[in-house]
Design a protein around this ligand. Structure first.
Ligand SMILES: Nc1ncnc2c1ncn2[C@@H]1O[C@H](COP(=O)(O)OP(=O)(O)O)[C@@H](O)[C@H]1O
Ligand SMILES: [Mg+2]
Length: 369
C-alpha cells in the first residue's frame, strides 16, 4: 500500500451553503485550514452540507486560489475525514443538517471530526459527575423563576447569568446582593462595548428586566467568581485542547484575556486584551508558583476534556476552554467550546492548524484497524 496515501486522508471541511459568498463561516479561518493542510501534503477542500452526497463518485468542493484571491469549485474524491466547522448552532440544528451529520457518523470509510456544539448547562452536568472535575465547577442552576433565583442569590450574593447557547459574551448579566446598601440588588447587563447597571430595593423589580433580556433563550445562573486581577482588571485563561497525532488530548496553547474597562467579560471584541498568562500569574503569585500553576492548569484541562467527552458519549477532536483563577489562586471552569474560534497568538494558531491534520491522520489510520 502507498504509505503516503495511508497517512494523509482526504479531508473535507464541512459548512453550510451561502447565497452570497460560497459558504458560511469565517472565510479567513477556512482559508488558513485549507492552506495549512495543502502545505502539509493533504488533499483538503471545503464542502457544504448541500453538496456533500455520500453515495456519489465525486464531491463538489471549494479550494482557495491565491492568484485570484477567491474560492474555486472543483470535483473531488469522497473524503475519509470530515471536519465539522458548521459555524453556528441554528444551522447545526436544522433537520437537513442533522440528517447529514447522522449519515456521516454511520457511513463506513468516513470519520467525523467534531460532532457539534456544546450547551453550557450540559457541560456542567457532565463535569459534576466526576470527582476530579466537580470541584472546578462554580455552583450552577437553570434560570427558572424569581423564587429560585432569590434562593440562589441568598447563598451566592454574586451571580453570573448566561445564555446556555451563548458565545462571545452575548446576553451575559451579573446580579449582586449587597445587604448594607439601600439599593441592595444590582443587575449589570453586558451590551456590545459597555455594560448598563440597574439598582433596586427588591429583586422582583429587576426580575422583569432579567426576563426581558433573556427573552426565549434558556439561561444558567452561576456562582460568580472573584477573578484574579492585573492592574485592577480581571483576567481569565483561554486554553486550546486538541487531540494529537496519537489520538491523545494535549494542550496546544494557553492564552490570557484581560477584561476591558467597564466590561463584565474578558472578550477582545468587548475591549479585552491579549496577554501572556505567565506574566499575569507571576505578578500575583510569583514566577516560581506560576510555572507550577500553569502546568497544573494544563493537566486539569486535559482531565476536563476527557470528562466532557465521557459525558457527551461522543468522540471529540478539539475544544477551547475558558478557565478562571480566583484571587486565592484556585482554578475554575467557565465553559468549553467545541468549535474553537481562531486564537490570536500566532504560535498557538499555527500549531492548532497543523494539529487538525495530524489528528485527521490518526482518525484515518484508526479506521483501517
Ligand atoms: N461564574 C463566573 N464568575 C466570574 N466570571 C465569569 C463567570 N462566568 C463567566 N465569567 C466571565 O465571563 C466570560 C464569558 O463567559 P463564558 O461562560 O465564557 O460565556 P461566552 O460563551 O459568552 O464566552 C468568561 O470568560 C469570564 O471572564
Ligand atoms: Mg467564553
Amino acid at each position: 500500500m502507498n504509505t503516503r496515501a495511508e497517512h494523509k486522508p482526504v479531508v473535507a471541511v464541512l459548512t453550510v451553503h451561502d447565497e452570497g459568498q460560497f459558504f458560511k463561516g469565517n472565510q479567513r479561518n477556512f482559508r488558513d485550514i485549507f492552506e495549512t493542510g495543502t502545505k502539509m501534503g493533504y488533499q483538503v477542500y471545503i464542502v457544504t452540507v448541500r453538496d456533500l452526497k455520500l453515495a456519489s463518485e465525486t464531491v463538489k468542493g471549494y479550494i482557495f486560489n491565491k492568484d485570484s484571491e477567491t474560492w474555486e469549485v472543483r470535483d473531488f474524491p469522497q473524503p475519509q475525514v470530515i471536519y465539522n466547522r458548521i459555524p453556528n448552532r441554528s444551522y447545526e440544528l436544522k433537520a437537513s443538517v442533522r440528517t447529514k451529520l447522522d449519515e456521516i457518523s454511520h457511513a463506513s470509510g468516513i470519520e467525523l471530526y467534531n460532532p457539534g456544539f456544546f450547551n453550557k448547562w450540559e457541560l456542567f452536568k457532565w463535569l459534576r459527575t466526576s470527582e476530579t472535575t466537580r470541584k472546578l465547577v462554580p455552583a450552577t442552576k437553570r434560570l427558572s423563576n424569581l423564587s429560585s433565583l432569590g434562593k440562589m442569590l441568598s447563598v451566592y450574593p454574586y451571580l453570573y447569568l448566561k445564555p446556555e447557547n451563548g458565545k462571545a459574551g452575548k446576553g451575559i448579566m451579573i446580579l449582586k446582593y449587597r445587604p448594607n446598601h439601600l439599593m441592595a440588588y444590582r443587575l449589570t447587563i453586558q451590551h456590545d462595548k459597555k455594560s448598563v447597571t440597574y439598582r433596586s430595593v427588591s429583586l422582583s423589580r429587576l426580575w422583569r428586566r432579567i426576563r426581558r433580556e433573556a427573552g426565549a433563550s434558556p439561561y444558567i445562573i452561576q456562582q460568580g467568581i472573584e477573578l484574579a486581577t492585573y492592574q485592577k482588571k480581571p483576567f481569565d485563561l483561554r486554553l486550546l485542547v486538541q487531540k494529537n497525532a496519537r489520538g491523545f488530548w494535549s494542550v496546544t496553547g494557553v492564552g490570557a484575556r484581560l477584561a476591558g474597562k467597564g466590561s463584565i467579560t474578558t472578550h477582545v471584541p468587548r475591549g479585552g486584551s491579549i496577554e501572556d498568562p505567565f506574566k499575569l500569574l507571576s505578578a500575583l503569585f510569583g514566577p516560581e508558583n506560576s510555572t507550577e500553576m500553569l502546568n497544573k492548569i494544563k493537566s486539569t484541562a486535559v482531565q476536563i476534556a476527557r470528562q466532557i467527552e465521557r459525558g457527551s458519549s461522543l468522540s471529540h477532536g478539539e475544544m477551547s476552554m475558558d478557565l478562571g483563577v480566583d484571587t486565592n489562586g484556585i482554578l475554575w471552569f467557565f465553559e468549553a467550546n467545541a468549535k474553537p474560534m481562531k486564537f490570536d497568538e500566532p504560535e498557538i494558531r499555527q500549531k492548532s492548524l497543523r494539529r487538525i491534520f495530524q489528528y485527521s491522520s490518526y482518525l484515518a489510520g484508526r479506521m483501517r484497524l
